[in-house]
Design a binder for this molecule. Structure first.
Ligand SMILES: [Fe+2]
Ligand SMILES: [Fe+2]
Length: 272
């Protein structure tokens, strides 16, 4: 029998350690040649998360929960360190101490939010303090809708300006997700009165429709970039990376939908 704690922990670490590894690569590619110290730090994080990812795949779901608890602690520490590194880089960029580097401040902030999310997930899993599902539905959507809105903005700004139709589509997605994010914040401020099953299930359905079409747009962009059919400065791995993050959001929305459709109404149900 596999322990749900072990299953959830390994799933989170397998997904997010690859993401953290890729963030290190993106940061490094954006630094200037003379920023050797920052380049070294980014390389170390890339190697560290590569190792974590490999070990997460080597563990099976039958692993002893105590071993996984220790592993979670170690990964928590790595996530906390990469978060601090990203915030330090953001500070340097915003103080104009790295003129000419190539990472947007919003991108650096964005990847630090993802590190913070990963760190919190590990802490919640280890401490057993998982949010009640009705709170998780709102909080996860607030987090991921902002992530999706940011992605649309990055794509729009990294496509070549001559790709007018794709830039236009990216701008439309950006506006659509900004609107959905505001709706999520409205629902959040109406808590707990807004946490009725019909309202939450409409919220999840509406978001899922939009995330599915953004996911399809990212998939198309990823394939066009891989085949060298469009002009952009988007790294092929970044195109795949944002596609995978949309898939992750859809996976979480599916779990919420199942939970709302009635089988389990226990608010303390361990959802993810
Ligand atoms: Fe990311
Ligand atoms: Fe992202």
């Amino acid at each position: 029998m596999s322990d749900p704690f072990v299953v959830r922990s390994l799933d989170e670490i397998r997904f997010w350690s690859r993401i953290m590894k890729e963030h290190s690569l993106f940061l490094r590619l954006g630094f200037r040649c003379e920023d050797t110290q920052l380049i070294n730090e980014a390389n170390q994080f890339q190697a560290q998360f590569d190792d974590i990812e490999r070990r997460a795949h080597a563990f099976s779901v039958e692993t002893d929960p105590q071993t996984i608890r220790e592993f979670n602690k170690e990964v928590y520490s790595a996530a906390a360190h990469i978060w601090a590194f990203k915030r330090k880089v953001l500070g340097l960029i915003l103080q104009c101490k790295l003129p000419g580097q190539n990472n947007f401040p919003l991108l650096v902030d964005h990847i630090s939010r993802e590190a913070n999310y990963f760190r919190n997930r590990l802490d919640e899993l280890n401490s057993g303090r998982l949010e009640p599902v009705h709170d998780a539905i709102i909080d996860e959507n607030v987090f991921f809708l902002k992530i999706m809105a940011d992605h649309a903005k990055f794509i729009g700004h990294l496509l070549d300006p001559s790709e007018r139709k794709l830039v236009e589509q990216a701008r439309e997605f950006s506006q659509e997700f900004d609107t959905l994010l505001y709706q999520a914040l409205d629902l959040s401020s109406m808590r707990p009165q807004s946490q009725t099953i019909p309202l939450l299930s409409q919220f999840v359905d509406e978001n899922r429709v939009s995330v599915t079409s953004l996911r399809d747009f990212k998939k198309t962009a990823r394939d066009l970039i891989a085949e060298c059919r469009i002009k952009s400065i988007i790294h092929p791995l970044l195109a795949d990376h944002v596609f995978r993050e949309a898939e992750r959001f859809l996976f979480i929305l599916d779990m919420f939908e199942k939970s709302l459709s009635g089988v389990k109404v226990n608010k303390k149900e361990i959802l993810f």
